[in-house]
Design a protein around this ligand. Structure first.
Ligand SMILES: [Mg+2]
Length: 188
């Protein structure tokens, strides 16, 4: 059965953008420290498929046009690809938090093709993200979360369980280090 890593983008692969939380130019793009080195090892040495799952609030609207998003996003993907880091799928939700879309993380409306599929080992897959909503997303999928930059418990408004419940029962690792994520995944 295939295991997956469902990896958040902003705050996890690249540094969180300044307000209004949009990376709308290459100048704003900063990779998370050492992510390229260690994610390359994960991608080439371990048996997980990588999927990127990201909320991009209001992408495609006049305040966040797609043509300001794509150059930095595609540049990031090119850098990863040059180091053998390829994403099997990239899932972008463009709704706003107040729309409460069933397709917006931590809800799993965009993830049904990964669920109830006998070829996919969802229980031994992981979500990697920087927010408590990423841990909620893991719980909703039925897997555990790796919480990077764990003191940064943001996004509480969109969770349906308590922070304690999510950290105690649905978090496999809290870390600030992609090296530690690799070391952890190596023995899974
Ligand atoms: Mg994030």
């Amino acid at each position: 059965m295939q295991k997956y890593l469902f990896i958040d983008r902003d705050g996890t692969l690249i540094e969180s953008p300044p307000s209004p939380l949009q990376i709308d130019s290459i100048e704003k793009l900063r990779f998370y420290p050492q992510v390229i080195t260690w994610l390359a090892k994960i991608a080439t040495k371990l048996n997980f498929k990588l999927v990127m799952v990201t909320n991009q609030n209001g992408l495609g609207t006049i305040s966040y046009p797609i043509n300001t998003f794509l150059p930095a996003h595609n540049f990031m993907l090119d850098v990863f690809k040059n180091e053998c880091i390829e994403f099997y799928e990239i899932i972008i939700d463009d709704s706003l938090p107040e729309e409460n879309s069933a397709k917006r993380k931590p809800r799993i409306g965009r993830m049904t093709h990964y669920l109830n599929n006998p070829a996919i080992d969802i229980k031994n897959s992981f979500v990697i993200g920087d927010r408590i909503t990423d841990v909620q997303f893991a719980k909703n999928l039925g897997c555990k979360a790796i919480n990077i930059n764990a003191e940064n418990i943001r996004g509480q408004k969109e969770i349906t369980d308590t922070i304690d419940e999510l950290r105690t029962n649905w978090t496999a690792l809290e870390t600030t280090s992609w090296k530690e994520i690799y070391e952890f995944l190596k023995v899974q």
